[in-house]
Design a protein around this ligand. Sequence first.
Ligand SMILES: [Zn+2]
Length: 553
Amino acid sequence: MVRILFTKTHKLKNQKMKKLLLFFLTLLLIFSCSKEKVDLIVINSNTYTVNTNFDTAAAFAVKNGVFVAVGKNAEITGKYEADVLVDAKKQTIVPGLIDAHCHFYRMGLQQQKVSLEGTKSYDEVLQKLVDFQKEKNTSFITGRGWDQNDWELKEFPTKEKLDVLFPILPVAIGRVDGHALLVNQAAIDLAGITKKTKISGGEIILKDGEMTGVLIDAAMRFITPPKTSKKAAIQGLLDAEKISFSYGLTTVDDAGLDRSTIELIDSLQQAGSLKMRVYAMVSGDKQTQIDYYINKGKIKTDRLNVRSFKIYGDGALGSRGAAMRASYSDRENHFGAFMYPPERYQEIAKQIAASDYQMNTHAIGDSTNSWMLKTYKDVLKDSKNRRWRIEHAQIIPEEDFNNFDNILPSVQPTHATSDMYWAGKRIGKKRMKGAYAFKDLLKKYGKIALGTDFPVEQVNPFLTFYAATIRKDLDSYPKDGFQMENALTREETLKGMTIWAAYSNFEEKEKGSIEVGKFADFVILNQDIMTVKGNRIPKTTAISTYLNGEKVY
Ligand SMILES: [Zn+2]
């Protein structure tokens, strides 16, 4: 009885088992044959992942905007399939580039102004104005960059020809240094000034008793071009994005934005019309704006990060506005100046320290750097994770380098090669030792964030790479490089433009390297920037740029 019973159940069980086995076998077959579907696969590349080991990889897979696998060609193609397969043909790929300090919005607005830098005659200036207006059709032509010292006739221009070309449309174009403005009669009429208008701290230049259209310093303030319209602001952002994508940038740190612009960026991103990732430093020039954002708290989406303030410490070295501890070497008894009284910085730092915001201060002169480092230290104590930044960190007194142990340097290598011709004259040999000292700064903090400050410098991040590593201008001057003890290695430079810049934005977990789980932001380059001959680095271009796995250039 027992045995029979057993065989019966055994038979039954056997049938069930067989069915189950068949089921699992089919399942196994399905799994082993079909590959996981992803959105994009890139193969045959020379990818610098910029992970902790600085590994290279040949292939990677992207799904839902993030990297899901990085490895060898066979590993990726064996496991994944995608409708979009990119054969990189051995080209170099790096993580999407981050500009840690730029003026993205301002650069965009500049596209709607005429650029007159390098013009060789007044007639060339006039021709540029005509061409510009034909293309942009603005209601008030503004621009900047003419310099009569570059012309054959080294005198200030007069407005006669301008009035003939533009009898109704107002025109106001600034001299290269921003201290003189050439305007036409339409702009003068709009401003309501005459040759008899009184001004102090400036001048209305006359010739034979008549206005020439040239206004100096305070007189320039009578001319107020119309406020930027919302349409122009949007166009500016889109123009800036297009230019930035063409250079492989996928994140920009805009160093100083007002609430209205931040909100405009957010709304355009939400609507999908602006794709660029923006680290928006809130402009700290208005107390109400500081209060507003501290009260509101951090704002974070996949494309927008608002958690920092940009504060101005001083001016620039070129115009001797940077605050120095001792007199300028090329102007006696001139020290430059802080933007605010010193106590104001302590007040701001205290307020920001009590919030979870980051403080990023523009500091060029040694006095400003020294004061800001001390001010930061007083409120932060030894905390490193607040990641407060000194923007530019241009001239550092020797004894202050140590203060960068927990304060993050954010520098622009092209400033070094732009300023190197005259900086030594301006501040003298001794102070130059601590100027543009990127390597010394890196050694103290262990990381350094790199940017351009565009549109002050060019947008092109490969010029940053060249200036940081080779420290020469595009004519290979100086022969041995400028203060080469402070050159960065190529690996350090690439990190400064990717993972360390991401760190400076508290975003190193989501971007800055090509690793599983991070946003699929990457650039395909025309040459291997890590091995190409130094003088060839400026020839680097982006072949295509991907943001969130989407081809944006
Ligand atoms: Zn700046």
